[in-house]
Design a binder for this molecule. Structure first.
Ligand SMILES: [Zn+2]
Ligand SMILES: [Zn+2]
Length: 200
C-alpha cells in the first residue's frame, strides 16, 4: 500500500514558497458523488506535482502522472494494460469553507481546483485526470478478431466451427424462404437482408 498523494500547502499559503510532492501510487481511492471508488494500477504509478503561488489564495499546479490502467479489450475481453502519460496543469484556489476538494469552472472556462485543507489530498484530482485521459474503447491489438458470437471462442486463437459458415440455416428457419424466391437459396445473404425489414 502506498500513501495517498498529498501535498502540503500551508507554508505556500503563509509565505508564498513553492510546494512540491512526488511519489508512487498503486491505486487511487476517491469519492464519486458519495460512493467510494478505487482505481487500481498495474504497476506503481509515479507522480510529481509542483504548486506555485499566484498571490493571495490562488496558485497554479503543474506536474505529471504516469499510471498504467488495466482494462478489457472491447472485442475479445482479454485484459489490456493501458499506459498513460498525463500532463497535469490547473489553477487552484484556497477556500477554507471547502470540505472536500472539487473542480470548478472559472468564468474564463478554465478549471479551478478549489480546496479547503492546506494538507491537500490529490486523489480525486488525479483520478479525474486519469479518467479523462483514458480512451473510451481499447483493443488489445488493432486487428483483434474478437469472439465468436455463437460459442464465445476467441477467434484470435484460430477459427471455431462457426467461423466458416455464418448461421444462415438458423435464420432461414426463423424467417422462412418466401415463395417464388428460389434464388434466395443460392444467395447466402438473401436471408440476412430480410433482417432489415421492420415488420415481417
Ligand atoms: Zn482483443
Ligand atoms: Zn464458434
Amino acid at each position: 500500500m502506498k500513501d495517498q498523494p498529498r501535498i502540503h500547502l500551508g507554508s505556500l499559503l503563509r509565505t508564498s514558497d513553492d510546494a512540491h510532492a512526488e511519489g508512487e501510487l498503486d491505486h487511487l481511492q476517491y469519492l464519486q458523488g458519495k460512493t467510494p471508488q478505487t482505481l487500481q494500477f498495474a504497476e506503481p504509478a509515479p507522480y510529481e506535482v509542483n504548486v506555485n503561488s499566484l498571490g493571495g489564495d490562488e496558485m497554479y499546479l503543474q506536474g505529471h502522472f504516469s499510471p498504467t490502467l488495466v482494462t478489457e479489450c472491447a472485442r475479445c475481453l482479454r485484459d489490456v494494460q493501458v499506459p498513460l502519460d498525463i500532463q497535469l496543469g490547473t489553477l487552484m484556489r484556497y477556500e477554507p469553507s471547502a470540505e472536500e476538494p472539487y473542480l470548478e469552472e472559472a468564468e474564463s472556462g478554465e478549471e479551478v481546483l478549489v480546496f479547503g485543507n492546506p494538507d491537500l489530498d490529490l486523489s480525486a484530482y488525479l483520478a479525474e485526470s486519469t479518467l479523462l485521459a483514458t480512451p473510451l474503447t481499447v483493443l488489445h491489438a488493432p486487428d483483434c478478431k474478437g469472439l465468436c458470437q455463437v460459442c464465445g471462442h476467441d477467434l484470435n486463437e484460430g477459427p471455431c466451427e462457426h467461423s466458416a459458415q455464418v448461421p444462415i440455416e438458423e435464420i432461414d428457419e426463423e424467417l422462412g424462404i418466401p415463395e417464388g424466391s428460389s434464388h434466395a437459396k443460392q444467395n447466402p445473404f438473401a436471408g440476412l437482408s430480410k433482417l432489415d425489414l421492420p415488420d415481417e
